[in-house]
Design a protein around this ligand. Structure first.
Ligand code: SF4
Length: 403
């Protein structure tokens, strides 16, 4: 058995078919997970200035570049082990760097509020055992977390939900389009206008307090009635909702307060984004965007996007992430004028523009470690293939030692 790192569900029931120390196939994994476990399409090779090198020389060169940097940033770790994340935070403290990750432009702030215990949450096991009403809001779990409905929410039988989805559970989708998840929810799909989530929340709050909203009163009162009757509900918050309400957590908290039987769960994408958020929160009280100086934490206003726009960093280390793929081209131009160091098992868009590339093992297949599932449960990742790649944790340790 191995754990899949294809998404933050970290499915632990995967069987791998191994021949000649290579993975030939998998059982139980979804299509996305099977592809992830099979490994990179193109393996990252050590390089300096895009010319082939060896790992030792690449680490030495990276250390030299970072020694000369006055305001470096370390970015990523969402696809790295918890052990590498702890090393990464120590590394940022040592070189007085900013540390940030993808959560700073998706669900980081929601996660921070959850870790501050300002919003009620629960475990995926609680949901499987007890939940009767499931709300997918701005989230197409069938696409982003393909086994979410089958393992934890809608389809499985649970301790208090023995009759399963046919009689015991109800799934609701609130989205701007009829996603694959919305198709499963059928008549409980509520289509909203793009960026219309705030308006929808206000109307729903009116309906929950017994008033008829001006728009779509029949549907809103019907939805409010279903939510009020729930014994154990869960709202799965996708980035669609986060982007639409522009991180206005006050309105989300007001709605949550009107639904005391509901827990909130961010649909975290990358397999260990929550791990980095939790580790950084424990160390600093913030989940991302943290700048360290000689006194410790300076503050948390240093997101990668702003740093690139303001040209406020002079070196970037990217670990287990591919910002060049996800960031708008307009903010990426600064990267061509600073050294970029990429640590990853696979070639990525970022590795193609990096000054130094350092390959590492794929955690959960080629090296062991742990990761934090989307609901906060720590999951063990095993090594099932022997090869010479160093773990992400070891590469960071070695780079830190070389500075
Ligand atoms: S749902 Fe996610 S963790 Fe589970 S097998 Fe699919 S990609 Fe892997």
């Amino acid at each position: 058995m191995l754990t899949c790192t294809g998404c933050s569900l970290l499915c632990e029931d995967i069987e791998a078919i191994i021949e000649d120390n290579k993975i030939k196939g998998t059982k139980n994994a979804c299509r996305r997970g099977a592809a992830r476990i099979k490994g990179c399409a193109n393996r990252l090779v050590p390089s300096i200035d895009q010319k082939p090198s060896d790992v030792e020389s690449s680490i030495k060169k990276a250390a030299e570049l970072l020694r000369n940097a006055k305001s470096p940033m370390i970015f990523g770790f969402d696809n790295s082990s918890c052990e590498a994340q702890v090393q990464g935070i120590q590394f940022a403290q040592k070189i007085h760097a900013v540390i940030d990750d993808t959560s700073s432009f998706c669900q980081g702030l929601l996660m921070e509020i959850i870790l501050q215990k300002k919003l009620k949450t629960c475990s995926l096991d609680d949901i499987r055992n007890k939940a009767d009403v499931l709300v997918y809001w701005g989230s197409d779990a069938q696409d982003s977390h393909p086994r979410h409905l089958s393992r934890f929410s809608y389809f499985p039988r649970g301790e208090s939900r023995q009759r399963g989805y046919e009689e015991d559970r109800l799934a609701i989708a609130i989205d701007v389009r009829e996603s694959n998840t919305a198709k499963i929810c059928k008549k409980h799909f509520y289509r909203i206008n793009p960026k219309g989530d705030r308006e929808f929340i206000l109307a729903l709050m009116e309906a929950l307090s017994g008033k008829a909203p001006v728009n779509d009163a029949k549907n809103m009162l019907e939805l409010a009635g279903v939510l009020k009757k729930a014994q154990f509900g869960a709202i799965f918050v996708g980035i669609g909702l986060m982007y639409s309400i522009k991180n206005d957590f006050e309105i989300l908290t007001k709605l949550a307060n009107m639904l005391p039987k509901f827990s909130i769960m961010p649909m975290v994408g990358h397999y260990n984004m929550r791990g980095l958020n939790e580790a950084l929160f424990k160390e600093t009280g913030y989940v991302n965007r943290v700048k360290f100086d000689e006194k410790g934490v300076q503050d948390n206003k240093y997101a990668l996007i702003e740093a690139l726009k303001n040209k406020s960093i002079d070196a970037l280390v990217v670990v287990g992430s591919d910002p060049v793929l996800s960031l708008p081209r307009s903010v990426l131009s600064h990267l061509s004028s600073i050294p970029v160091i990429c640590i990853d098992p696979c070639q990525t868009f970022t590795s193609k523009i990096s000054s130094v590339n350092i390959p590492c093992a794929a955690t959960g297949v080629e090296s062991a470690g742990s990761a934090v599932r989307m609901d906060g449960k720590v999951i063990t990742l095993k090594k099932i293939i022997e090869n010479n790649y160093r773990s992400d944790e070891d590469v960071i340790k070695q780079l830190m030692g070389a500075i």
